[in-house]
Design a protein around this ligand. Structure first.
Ligand code: GLN
Length: 494
């Protein structure tokens, strides 16, 4: 079989099951593609030996007729997921040498379903960022370029490596995480599909914590179907994460083609924000028209507290981060400063040397908003606003089954364009953070290209634990949008 790396996860699964290709052949093809794409910096650690070992074990199982749902399918794992015996850095210097003694529940679920690990994907440091530029291991570069330009673009963040690896055909799918948009932003700007499940749908155990009340695992993949397949394998209740939810995991793939006839799809008027590119507005209108043409009813709804979402998120997330990141002290694991005088000096120097500037900024903001005297003024108020933001969605869902919105205010930007101005960078999260504050599921998929040939995504936001309906609507939009564009492989040596 030729073009192995062009297959979707579903196609590869079917080809493996039909014995048209072996897992070892697939794995080799992806490892070669990864090698040829090192200039994109999509991976922090490649794990070829483990990949071949897992592939050989899968081929044996297939031969014996014991294949599991993801048997032999090569995936990339965001380097925020702890992988037993394989370095896990969270994109930070402070964990540059950390080798976990345990496996995250979600990655374990994937291996238990037969998947093969290709390596650990690049990300913003501790998943803090929207462009993958805060990684200690250097920025990941988008495989996409604007027409007639060779400017390097961001792949979105924080799961930039995951999105880049999928978009450049370096894996069949990738794990990602989303605290305020980190699955959806990279998917939107790289022409890939990602789903942030409901808070509690996937276990957070073994995933390096950023903001525990917002963090959620999910897949980035080529298609809605691939997302459905991966999410089914990733989701589970887990006694090791008390916020994981004990609800049956539906067969998301089974209902995919049911269409949107009779579904009511809400358009939140507050998402028409200033500063959004006209091309995004146009694709949003087009998306609504496509769904209407397939029998959905489009209704205007209101989410009145939307304007408070970014300030609320940028208080809650740093507050939780400052607490979660207190564990990196240079004592137990990770980077330890040399030439220290006493314990306090060890903490101070190790943390100052180990954390990059964006992470330090978050720790400072978080500590400030939690400190006595400021707690009520900032943190408590943010918590109250969070409830109001969540209530907006509850009210809106009385009028509709899901919402359709833009995913990002614009297409991918150039590396270096926003990184020196954190507030501009934070504004890029305007359409995604509300969902995390409310704990809801949300799907992003490609809907079109800009004039200059860059992908634009649309976002569906659903009711809690209604991923199945989101995926079904996503599939309908995918069929209508017929997005088949791929980046030109400029990164491959001629
Ligand atoms: N861009 C957001 C932030 O920097 C979201 C990151 C994420 O979802 N992990 O906080």
């Amino acid at each position: 079989m030729s073009g192995l790396t062009d297959l979707t996860l579903a196609e590869a699964r079917d080809a493996v099951a039909a014995k048209k290709v072996s897992s070892s052949e697939l794995t080799e093809a992806f490892l070669k593609a990864m090698e040829a794409a090192r200039s994109l910096n999509a991976f922090i650690t490649e794990t070829p030996e483990r990949a071949f070992e897992m592939a050989a074990a899968s081929d044996k199982r297939i031969a014996a007729g014991n294949a599991r749902p993801l048997e032999g399918l090569p995936l990339a794992i965001k380097d925020l997921y702890c992988t037993k015996g394989v370095r896990t850095t969270a994109g930070s210097k402070i964990l540059h040498n950390y080798v976990p003694q345990y496996e995250s529940t979600v990655s374990q679920n994937l291996w238990d379903n037969g998947a093969v690990m290709l390596g650990k994907a690049n990300l913003d440091e501790f998943a803090m960022g929207s462009s993958n530029e805060t990684s200690y291991f250097g920025p990941c570069i988008s495989p996409w370029r604007a027409k007639g330009s060779d400017a390097k673009l961001v792949p979105g963040g924080s799961s930039g490596g995951s999105a880049c690896a999928v978009s450049a055909n370096l894996c069949l799918g990738a794990t990602a995480t989303d605290t305020g948009g980190s699955i959806r932003t990279p998917a939107a700007v790289t022409g890939t599909t990602g789903i942030k499940p409901t808070y509690g749908r996937c276990s957070r155990w073994g995933i390096v914590a950023f903001a525990s009340s917002l963090d959620q695992a999910g897949p980035i993949s080529h298609t809605v179907r691939d997302c459905a397949i991966m999410l089914k394998a990733m989701a589970s209740v887990d006694p090791k994460d008390s916020t994981s939810v004990d609800l049956p995991v539906p067969d998301y793939e089974a209902g995919l083609e049911a269409g949107v006839k009779g579904l009511r799809i809400g358009i939140p008027k507050e998402y028409r924000v200033e500063g959004t590119s006209p091309e995004i507005d146009a694709i949003w209108n087009k998306g609504a028209d496509w769904l209407k043409a397939q029998g959905a009813e489009i209704v205007e709804v209101s989410l009145p507290h939307t304007k408070y979402a970014l300030p609320t998120y940028y208080i809650v997330a740093p507050a939780e981060a400052s607490s979660n990141l207190a564990r990196y002290d240079g004592v137990r694991y990770g980077h330890r400063a040399e030439g220290i005088e006493d314990l306090i000096d060890l903490y101070q120097k190790s943390r100052a040397e180990g954390f990059g500037s964006e992470v330090r900024r978050r720790i400072l903001i978080g500590t400030y908003v939690l400190s006595a005297g400021y707690y009520d003024a900032y943190y408590l108020r943010a918590q109250k606003l969070r409830s109001l933001i969540a209530r907006d969605f509850t009210e809106a869902f009385k009028q509709c089954d899901m919402l359709l919105t833009p995913a990002t205010p614009g297409p991918a930007f150039a590396i270096g364009e926003k990184i020196s101005d954190p507030v501009t960078m934070y504004l890029y999260d305007v359409f995604t953070v509300t969902v995390n504050l409310a704990g809801l599921p949300s799907l992003v998929l490609p809907a079109g290209l800009t004039e200059s040939g860059l992908p634009l995504g649309l976002q569906f936001i659903g009711k809690a634990f209604d991923e199945a309906t989101l995926l079904r609507a996503g599939r309908a939009l995918e069929v209508a949008a017929q997005f088949t564009a791929k980046p030109q492989p400029w990164w491959r040596a001629p």
